[in-house]
Design a protein around this ligand. Structure first.
Ligand code: ZN
Length: 200
């Protein structure tokens, strides 16, 4: 993992504070490098494989009825852009069609995978892939889901509060299987996503 000590990292933060014209030794800033480093450990825990969520899956149909209809989960996310190291955040919509012979995912695990993959320097385009890849891996390749989809809509600080200074939402998506190939399935999912108004 990290080759530098926490102390060295804190000193670098002090230098950055000096660089912007601050006095890193004044009362209000004394503890700031320590706080930033501890916060980074938390918001960038996605680099630590030991914090990777355990994804519970269940054999589809074991209890009698196999599910082969669309299952949808929705929630929020917070991440940091790798170009500016500032927040981007928003909402996600995940859907999949379980394989009747395959597995179903414990629904609360989807949010945990979203959080873990978000806890790295990211771009929203790659984030959708990272999340879907981890969930696909958990569902297994023997009887893969009949379709899998993820849409994320996010506000980006680096676009809204600096530079272009334009408030607005960026959308990224990953569609596979029935969500890509079957216009009806795709429309059903996208109608749901777009009907769920998200202005932030
Ligand atoms: Zn950025």
């Amino acid at each position: 993992m990290a080759k530098i000590t926490k102390e060295t990292a804190e000193n670098h933060i002090k230098e950055l504070l000096e660089y912007i014209g601050e006095d890193p030794n004044r009362e209000g800033l004394k503890g700031t490098p320590d706080r930033i480093i501890r916060m980074w450990k938390e918001i960038f825990r996605g680099y630590d494989p030991s914090q990777k969520p355990k994804i519970t899956t269940f054999d589809n149909g074991k209890d009698g009825t196999a599910c082969d209809n669309m299952v949808i989960d929705q929630g929020d996310f917070h991440s940091n852009c790798e170009h500016h190291c500032v927040w981007f955040w928003g909402k996600y919509w995940f859907a999949y069609i379980p394989n009747p012979k395959g597995k179903i995912i414990g629904i609360s695990k989807i949010g945990r995978v979203v959080d873990y993959c978000s806890a790295r320097l990211q771009i929203q385009e790659r984030l959708v892939h990272d999340i879907v890849d981890m969930l696909k891996e958990a569902l297994g390749s023997e009887y893969p889901p009949l379709g899998i989809a993820l849409v994320m809509k996010g506000h980006h600080s680096c676009k809204e509060f600096r530079g272009a200074k334009k408030k607005g939402i960026m959308t990224s998506s990953y569609l596979e299987g029935a969500f890509k190939d079957d216009p009806q399935v795709r429309a059903e999912f996208m109608n749901l996503v777009n009907g769920d108004k998200y202005e932030g």
